[in-house]
Design a protein around this ligand. Structure first.
Ligand SMILES: NC(=O)c1ccc[n+]([C@@H]2O[C@H](COP(=O)([O-])OP(=O)(O)OC[C@H]3O[C@@H](n4cnc5c(N)ncnc54)[C@H](O)[C@@H]3O)[C@@H](O)[C@H]2O)c1
Length: 420
C-alpha cells in the first residue's frame, strides 16, 4: 500500500498532530522541524522511545529538500501564509493549522500560490470534524434540513490556567497582541463547512476589556462576536474567545428542521458523551419541530481510544492523507478557508468603523483579491508598519512588565520541575 510521506513544522501543537501520522497505516512521518531548542530536545526524547524515528531538524530549508507528499504547518498561528507559499511553490501539498494568514495581503498571495502551484491546500479547521458539526453537515447535505435560516457557533476556551504554557510570558506572542476577532474559524467554520454557504457581509461586536485579560497580559478584548449574513440571507452568530466558562457549541435552524449539539454544562453534569446532538426534521415545514432524544453520531474509529479534540484531530489528518493519496476525502480547501477567516478580519474593521456592516470579499475572484492586496493592517507593528491597528478598538491598555515576568517564571518553574 502506498504511504503518504509527511513532515510536520512545529513541535508543540505539531507533536499532537504528528501522532496521527504515526498511527495511520496510510502515512509515513518522514521529518519534524522545530527551531526552539527546548522543543527540539523534547522531540528527540519522544522519538527515542518510538519504533521509527523521523528526521528531526531545526531548519525549515532542510525540510523543503526532503522528498515529501505533504507538510503539516503547526508553526505560530500568525506565520502560516509565508511558509505555506514556500511549500506550494516547492511543489509540496500543504495542510495548515488555523489561521491561514495574518493580513489580507498575505491571504490574497496564499490563494494566488494555491492556484499557481496546482497543489493541495487543506485548512486544518478541526472543529468541523467534531461529532455535532459532522452530523450537521451530513444532514444538511442530504437536503433533509432544508435551507439554513439561522445558525450559532460558540468557541469559548478559558485558557488562563495554561496561559504560561501557551505564551511563555512573551509580550509579543500572537496570543497577547492579536485582536479578539482574529481567531474566528473554530466558531464560524463548522457552519460554513456544513452548509457550503458563502459569507457576504459581517458586523462585529466587541465586549469591554477586563481584568482577566490584564492578568494574562492580553492586549485585545476577551472575546468577539460576529453577526454574519450568508449568501442565502441566513444569519449566523459566531462568538469566540475567553470567558469564565468553556463552550464548544453549534446550532442550525433551517426551513425543514433544526439540529444542535449538547451544551458543555449539560454534558459535564450528566457525564454523557461530548458529541451528543439533538435533531428534529419536519418535511412539511408548517409543523412545529419537536424536541427529540439526543444521539451520538457514528464514526469509523473505535470509541474506546482517546483522541485530541474528541476525534477531530485524527479525522483531519486522515482526510489530508486521503487527499494526498487521491482517495475520497472531506477537506476544507483554500476558498472555504477564506470564507471562514475573512469575516473575523472584516468584523474588526466594522468595529473600528463604528459598527458599520462590512462586505466580505469572495477571494475566489482575483479582481476581489486585487482590491485588498496592499492591506497589511494588523495588530503586530513589525508586520503592519504604518497600517498598524490597536489590539483593542479603544486603544491598547498599558500592562506592567511584571505581569509577563510572573507568567515567564511560572512557565520556567514548570519546565524545571519536568526536567527533574
Ligand atoms: N486546531 C486546534 O484545535 C489548535 C489547538 C492548539 C493550537 N492550534 C494551532 O497550532 C498552531 C501552533 O500553536 P501555537 O501558535 O500556540 O504555537 P506552539 O506553542 O504550538 O509552538 C509553535 C512551534 O513552532 C515552532 N516554529 C515556529 N516557527 C518555526 C520555524 N520557522 N522553524 C522551526 N520551528 C518553528 C516553534 O519553535 C514552536 O515550538 C497555531 O496555528 C495554533 O492556532 C490549533
Amino acid at each position: 500500500m502506498k504511504k503518504a510521506k509527511i513532515a510536520v513544522l512545529g513541535g508543540c501543537r505539531g507533536k499532537e498532530i504528528l501522532q496521527y501520522c504515526i498511527k495511520s497505516e496510510r502515512a509515513e512521518l518522514v521529518a519534524v522541524c522545530d527551531n526552539n531548542p527546548v522543543v527540539y530536545a523534547d522531540l528527540e526524547k519522544f522519538f527515542s522511545t518510538q519504533e521509527k524515528k523521523p528526521i528531526i531538524t531545526d531548519s525549515f530549508d532542510e525540510l523543503l529538500k526532503i522528498e515529501l507528499d505533504g507538510i503539516i504547518l503547526a508553526n505560530f498561528a500568525n506565520e502560516h501564509a509565508p511558509f505555506a507559499i514556500r511549500c506550494l511553490d516547492a511543489g509540496i501539498n500543504v495542510m495548515s493549522e488555523v489561521l491561514p494568514a495574518q493580513t489580507l495581503k498575505e491571504a490574497a498571495e496564499l490563494v494566488d500560490a494555491v492556484e499557481r502551484s496546482g497543489k493541495l491546500y487543506c485548512f486544518s479547521e478541526n472543529y468541523c470534524y467534531l461529532d455535532a458539526p459532522r452530523e450537521m453537515r451530513r444532514l444538511y447535505k442530504s437536503g433533509a434540513l432544508g435551507n439554513l435560516e439561522y445558525a450559532e457557533g460558540e468557541y469559548f476556551h478559558n485558557c488562563e490556567p495554561i496561559w504560561h504554557n501557551l505564551t511563555y510570558g512573551n509580550p509579543e506572542h500572537w496570543r497577547n497582541i492579536k485582536h479578539a476577532f482574529y481567531y474566528c474559524t473554530h466558531s464560524l467554520g463548522p457552519i460554513i463547512h456544513s452548509t457550503g454557504l458563502r459569507p457576504i457581509s459581517v458586523t462585529g461586536f466587541e465586549p469591554p476589556y477586563n481584568d482577566k485579560c490584564r492578568r494574562q497580559g492580553i492586549l485585545g478584548a476577551p472575546f468577539a462576536m460576529e453577526i454574519v449574513t450568508l449568501e442565502n440571507g441566513a444569519l449566523v452568530r459566531s462568538c469566540h474567545g475567553q470567558t469564565s466558562k468553556n463552550s464548544v457549541w453549534f446550532s442550525m435552524t433551517c426551513s425543514k428542521g433544526k439540529i444542535e449539539g449538547a451544551r458543555e454544562a449539560a454534558v459535564n453534569a450528566k457525564d454523557s458523551p461530548h458529541g451528543k446532538v439533538y435533531a428534529s426534521i419536519n418535511p412539511e415545514e408548517t409543523v412545529f419541530c419537536d424536541d427529540v432524544d439526543g444521539y451520538v453520531p457514528k464514526t469509523q474509529f473505535g470509541e474506546t481510544e482517546s483522541y485530541g479534540h474528541a476525534l477531530a484531530d485524527r479525522l483531519i489528518v486522515e482526510n489530508f492523507i486521503s487527499a494526498l493519496l487521491n482517495e475520497p476525502c472531506d477537506i476544507v480547501d483554500i476558498y472555504e478557508a477564506m470564507d471562514m477567516f475573512l469575516p473575523g478580519i472584516f468584523a474588526y474593521k466594522s468595529v473600528l468603523a463604528g459598527g458599520i456592516p462590512q462586505a466580505v470579499p469572495n477571494f475566489r475572484d482575483k479582481a476581489e483579491r486585487d482590491k485588498w492586496r496592499s492591506d497589511i493592517s494588523t495588530t503586530d507593528r513589525r508586520v503592519a508598519k504604518d497600517q498598524w491597528i490597536p489590539s483593542y478598538s479603544k486603544g491598547n491598555p498599558v500592562i506592567e512588565q511584571s505581569v509577563y515576568d510572573n507568567i515567564y517564571n511560572k512557565w520556567l518553574n514548570e519546565q524545571n520541575k519536568e526536567d527533574k
